[in-house]
Design a protein around this ligand. Structure first.
Ligand code: CTP
Length: 403
């Protein structure tokens, strides 16, 4: 499934930092996501990594010298700057940060930055003292004020062996920022989207709960895809073992009642609610405060009470609601019933008895059912692809909803 980076021109600036080797991986990941990556290296960068590494990965010439007569592209930094959809500098050294803050353009990279109208993102990396120095901090502030998107640096082990703030942000996260910046003008730009994910956990005692096998992958994919399309996303999730996408506001909850509070609060002024969470229908009536001990009795009875139907309750002035339905039989019939009972605009139903579908898998196969009787069969694909198909429908609903 194509991402927001597909066919986009990314100028990747690389500076002379030990972290430069990580930007080879970054370039590779950008290319894998469909971006056309033009690498521009400072002189310092070429001492750490050979241009050939980037050229091999990007299959495009690498710019290293503003004035080299042997390079076709060297004097063409203006053209590069103009066709860029984004200029990303990773790693950005304190020296280049200072040059950018002053508007210097004495090498191919800084000249490209000065000549571009594209969004600029920089991921600084280097010695903690250099980045802690007031002059570097002031330079970064200057760049932020001018609209440059600064990614990190993060705290961790540095090349010097010290621990401090100066590590390059992880390539996956840098890419998350790039996707968010490129996606800003997508078809969900300006929309407030609330997504719920994971399976709720209903306590029995302090160490046990009633739960389900939802991994959260589907909800996280929807959050990421909505972010890529320009939405401001709130992701309300029960405990899961995946990291939230960059730029998404994450709200952690555990129980259905906590999820209900969070979803109702976030939905009030939202445009779209996608409930992909597997909410426990029942919770133990009276969770006990002490761990239940293994007693002599052979049986232990657990009394459950019904949880509220969160999506049915959620409302907002202009809220469009999309439910997911996990079914093991009579898929269409059950999904249609949920359209009414939950008062939603779409039900995305999946039959979790099929291979590759539902809980914990990386793929899903869904049927999207609408109140007009239409049924869209979405074939088996990765969950990000399914998320895109659901959001295609959501974008149309948002465009055509009554004000
Ligand atoms: N849902 C909800 N609150 C609940 C239960 C479910 O908001 N207490 C939402 C789910 O997040 C999903 C949709 O309702 O978007 C359908 O969930 P599902 O478990 O399939 O439906 P139920 O209403 O629980 O119906 P049943 O278990 O009888 O199939």
């Amino acid at each position: 499934m194509p991402t927001v980076l597909d066919g986009k021109h990314v100028v990747l600036g690389v500076c002379g930092s030990i972290a430069a080797y990580k930007s080879v991986d970054l370039a590779s990941k950008l290319v894998q996501l469909g971006a056309l990556v033009d690498v521009v290296m400072t002189d310092g960068a070429t001492r750490f990594v050979g241009p050939i590494s980037y050229q091999g990965i990007t299959h495009r010439p690498v710019v290293t010298d503003l004035f080299s007569p042997s390079s076709e592209l060297s004097m063409d930094h203006v053209a590069l700057a103009q066709k860029a959809d984004i200029v990303l500098i990773a790693p950005a050294t304190a020296n280049v940060v200072a040059k950018l803050a002053c508007g210097l353009a004495d090498d191919a990279l800084t000249a490209t930055v000065l000549a571009t109208n594209a969004p600029i993102a920089i991921a600084p990396a280097g010695d903690a003292n250099m980045f802690g120095n007031p002059v570097t901090k002031a330079n970064l502030d200057t760049l932020r004020k001018r609209g440059v998107h600064v990614i990190g640096p993060v705290t961790g082990r540095l090349a010097s062996g010290m621990v401090g703030e100066g590590r390059l942000e992880a390539p996956e996260r840098i890419i998350g920022h790039v996707r968010m910046l490129i996606g800003k003008s997508g078809d969900l730009a300006g929309a407030k989207v609330v997504v719920s994910a994971g399976g709720t956990q209903e306590p029995i005692d302090p160490v046990r709960y009633v739960g389900n096998r939802s991994s959260g992958k589907m909800g996280f994919a929807i959050a990421e895809a909505a972010r890529d399309r320009g939405a401001a996303v709130t992701l309300i999730t029960s405990p899961v073992s995946i990291a939230e996408p960059v730029g998404v506001k994450r709200v952690d909850v555990r129980t259905a009642l906590e999820m209900r509070d969070a979803v109702l609060a976030a939905s009030k002024d939202a445009d779209l609610l996608v409930m992909s969470a597997a909410v426990a229908d029942f919770r133990p009536e009276a969770p006990v405060q002490e761990k239940i001990k293994r007693r002599a009795e052979e049986r232990l009875e657990l009394k459950l009470v019904r949880n509220p139907d969160i999506i049915a309750e959620a409302s907002g002035r202009r809220l469009v609601k999309i439910a997911f339905a996990v079914e093991t039989s009579n898929l269409l019939e059950n999904a249609r019933a949920k359209l009414d009972s939950k008062n939603v605009s779409l039900v995305v139903a999946n039959d979790v008895t099929k291979p590759g579908v539902g809980f914990g898998t990386d793929t899903n196969q869904v049927t999207i059912v609408a109140p007009d009787g239409s049924v869209e069969e979405v074939p088996l694909m990765d969950k990000f692809g399914v998320a895109q198909r659901v959001l295609d429908r959501a974008a149309t609903l948002l465009k055509t909803r009554k004000s």
